[in-house]
Design a protein around this ligand. Sequence first.
Ligand code: ZN
Length: 462
Amino acid sequence: MKPRYRLTTMGMISVCAALASGTGIAAGEPAAGTGDYDALDYTVSLEYRSSTKDMDGTTTLKARATEPLSGFALDFAGGKVNDVTVDGRPARFETREEKLYVFPHRLARGAEFTVTVGYLVTRTNGPQGDGPWREIDDGFAIAPQTHETMHRVFPCKNDVTDKATYTVDITAPSRLTGVANGDLVETSQLPGDRTARKYRVASPMPVDDGQIAVGPYSRITRSGPDGVTIRDVVPTAQAGQLRDTLARTDDHLRWLTAKLGPYPFGTYGLFAPPGAVGPYESQTMSTIDAATLAAGKADYVRVHELTHQWFGASVTQQTLDDNWIAEGHAHFYGAWYDAEQSPPTSADAFADSMRMFYGMDQKIRAVEGPPATPKPISGQTQRAGGALALYALRQTVGPQVFEKIERAVAARFKDSVASTADYVRTAREVSGRDVTALLTDWLYGKKTPPMPGHPDWKPDPA
Ligand SMILES: [Zn+2]
């Protein structure tokens, strides 16, 4: 498991695991004759039945060959492939390790093709419980971000930098509700008292950023700030109890939009499973369990996850090393909002919060590495260290210029990917100052640098 840390000093609860790496699952040697492609659009269909962990699935991927192909690979594990077609014609295939190799008719460079895989998937996690499946009494949800494990749900190109659009079609007994992130576009009644719901994710999404779930849920939609549709999915039995806390999303959205510019998508909302699932974000949807929301203490985590709509879902980090862009921003704005909401203890509660993390930073760096070169298992250095780097930049260029930088990154790399170098270059261009050395020290240094404007801040004693 990637660690989830608990910041009890601030009343924070654990937050989403880091988004997965941008390198994809590259286990094993590529099969002879296989080559690369650009994933464009997925249609994922799954059927849930109450009595079994097996689900019938069909996945159709539209893709473009980026080189001449006589074969290509999808990532897939945890299921059995029944049949594969390419452009409607049966194709030879092999499954090996966690790959599905497909050998179609020859495809020219630039050719668009459609591969359809019929399969059976079993909702079972790995030996250490690692995997995407989260079972509830009658239903499930997924937590793909913890392990780069979306290929355990459906065959896909498990590379978060190859963003694609999605249609997710979930069939379940009619007493339950099939849920996905994105917008509900179609509901159909099927024989046998089943209901199919089709959701569309129309903006390009990193493959590990989806949510698929089934359970006793109600979808509640309303108009939110700035024309954003608010769509919450909650256990039907708790809809009344959660109404007031759900309404806080409007303030979170207004607060972040004032700092980062327009919300990147048309819809946002919370998904509140009844079990211990989450917290993590999917495009347009944050999964935070119903008990945490009902307790009413979730401002930090809600703003953290909402920030990921800008940094994570819309601006996706290029590699695992760049993940501080997602987690550092989420922590920075989550801690800032939380500080503003807390009873005032000083003139600058946000600075107090950053000072606490500053004190811890040297120890975190020693264990996890610097924010932009973390060791493989990391979390705090990207979150707290990344947030401190942003705070140091803000202290250096001033709040107004910092806000311009943030808005420029969000706008320039919208629906795309960004690297640490992209962030630093944008900061330099927008501020007109050479902030490269400052950010390099903060993002790559083994030692915690001095905090600009706060010469009295010191690392906690060892
Ligand atoms: Zn996060």
